[in-house]
Design a protein around this ligand. Structure first.
Ligand code: ADP
Ligand code: 5GP
Length: 203
């Protein structure tokens, strides 16, 4: 008799939601708790911010190289975010980690999440819900990584992005960070406990 292996399903967990909702912060806190997860490193055409490192925070590249990768089918999804820079999820990064039995977590903008629904239907999609528009604004200003115009743009996009929540598998409200991390961990645990065959991933 073959005996089912318990609770070890690999998971591709995608966190999406408006800029400033707290996706990156949630992922960092989750990884401190679950270091066996791998954070997927995206490819981007934007410039590194002070302290960001190539191959750690992003793979920074040129627009030409990015476009070449698009033509080569190198991305699970890619999008131009806030009409500025391009970002893409490298297919090989996810495939190699899955092949090694490692679960992967990443954040994408809302357009990227829509594409992943098609290119990777077994990905688990979490929408990170910010407490309010005012709190998003407060968080973006506290983060201080964008200027006034970029903040305005992110806030206006947030209105549209918030309307997409019904497309997701789970909603995680990011008010108190520790509660939100507990909720992400609960989603992951539920997915890992799925009977094999219900969450078999192919990249
Ligand atoms: P996103 O990745 O969704 O754009 P970040 O993770 O960069 O958002 O968070 C935006 C800002 O909000 C950061 O300054 C972060 O420290 C802060 N932040 C994130 N989550 C919380 C929270 N639960 N409570 C208060 N501040 C938060
Ligand atoms: P930032 O430039 O602040 O690091 O990221 C800007 C936005 O790009 C965030 O909303 C983030 O979720 C999104 N993003 C980061 N990596 C990817 C990716 O690989 N694909 C898509 N579609 N969006 C991404």
């Amino acid at each position: 008799m073959s005996y089912p292996v318990h609770g070890d399903q690999t998971v591709f967990l995608v966190l999406s939601g408006p800029s400033g909702a707290g996706k990156s912060t949630l992922i960092s806190s989750f990884l401190r708790r679950r270091p066996e997860f791998v954070r997927c490193i995206s490819v981007t055409t934007r410039q590194p911010r002070p302290g960001e490192r190539h191959g750690i925070d992003y793979f920074f590249t040129t627009t030409d190289e990015f476009n070449r990768m698009v033509l080569d089918g190198a991305f699970l999804e890619h999008a131009q975010v806030f009409g500025q820079h391009s970002y893409g999820t490298p297919r090989s990064f996810v495939a190699e980690n899955f092949a090694a039995g490692r679960s992967v977590i990443k954040d994408v903008d809302v357009q990227g999440a829509i594409q992943i629904r098609r290119s990777f239907p077994t990905a688990v999609q979490v929408f990170v819900v910010p407490p309010s528009r005012e709190e998003i604004e407060r968080r973006l200003r506290t983060r201080a990584t964008e200027g006034e115009e970029a903040i305005r743009r992110r806030l206006s996009e947030a209105q549209l992005e918030l309307m997409q929540w019904a497309e997701y598998d789970y909603l995680v409200y990011n008010g108190d960070l520790e509660v939100a991390v507990d909720d992400v961990a609960a989603v992951v645990r539920a997915e890992q406990l799925k009977a094999p065959g219900r969450g078999t991933h192919r990249v």
